[in-house]
Design a protein around this ligand. Structure first.
Ligand code: SAM
Length: 242
């Protein structure tokens, strides 16, 4: 209106919405630290070391959430650019705001999209990362086929994900931690036990590293390999489009 009420109200609403997104994202980041005892940071650093960014590289970070992988990539790559893609617009909004604050806005773009049907041209990216995201995708083979399609020949797919098995001596302790400690901590901190129960179960349902390696090959990738970290709790897989 010409009194400006509309604008004031809209500004206020935008601020409130931002506040809600920030608290969701903050809680998400805190829970990552609590549940992994901070180790997820090292796993993510390892992923970027494996990618080994070349100057000017263009990375597509799928299920990029609030930008954890993208920011690590931008810190280490000279002149690299990144497209963060996630199905959840709220997570992306937080990532975008953080990119602006960190002065990365010119090198990062945020696009809402589904890993199974990417809104990107074929043969358009140098590397593709997906960190703790593929487990949530309904049809994994479709996400792998899409990753293959958008990569340039010579480009590599990298995936950081939990693995359903750990080294046998730790299995019992890991089971207790997963099925008792994590849901209880989740409930205590977020009042939402079910989400953490789902989280733990989704890890156990995910294919073993060997099986997932085979799926990457089936999608057409070559030079497929993986390595596990932290006694098998997580694995980094990779495969190249040739
Ligand atoms: N990559 C970030 C990290 O490592 O911290 C975020 C991981 S978070 C556990 C999983 C993300 O996957 C969420 O942001 C969720 O919105 C996204 N996601 C789930 N299904 C997806 C899909 N089909 N396509 C794209 N993103 C998806």
């Amino acid at each position: 209106t010409h009194f400006g009420f509309q604008t004031v109200a809209e500004d206020k609403k935008a601020d409130m919405v931002k506040g809600v997104f920030n608290s969701v994202a903050k809680r998400y980041d805190i829970m990552n630290d609590v549940m992994s005892m901070g180790i997820h940071r090292l796993w993510k650093d390892s992923l970027i070391n494996t990618v080994n960014p070349r100057p000017g590289m263009h990375l597509l970070d799928l299920a990029g959430g609030t930008g954890d992988i993208a920011f690590r990539f931008l810190e280490t790559s000279r002149g690299g650019t990144v497209t963060v893609c996630d199905i959840n617009a709220e997570m992306l909004a937080v990532g975008k705001e953080r990119a602006e604050k960190a002065g990365y806005a010119g090198r990062a773009e945020f696009v809402c999209g589904d890993a199974m049907k990417l809104p990107f041209a074929s043969r358009s990216v140098d590397a593709y990362t997906i960190s703790f995201g593929i487990r949530n995708v309904t049809r994994i083979h479709e996400a792998l086929e899409e990753a293959y399609r958008v990569l340039k020949p010579g480009g590599t797919f990298y995936c950081l994900e939990f693995s359903p098995e750990v080294v046998p001596v730790l299995q019992e302790a890991y089971d207790t931690y997963s099925f008792n400690v994590i849901p209880t901590m989740g409930e205590f901190i977020t009042k939402d036990r079910d989400s953490y129960q789902y989280f733990v179960e989704s890890i156990r349902r995910f294919p073993t590293p060997q099986k997932f390696e085979g799926m990457i090959r089936e999608a057409g990738f070559a030079r497929v390999k993986y390595r596990t970290m932290s006694a098998g709790i997580v694995a980094i897989h990779q495969g190249t489009r040739i």
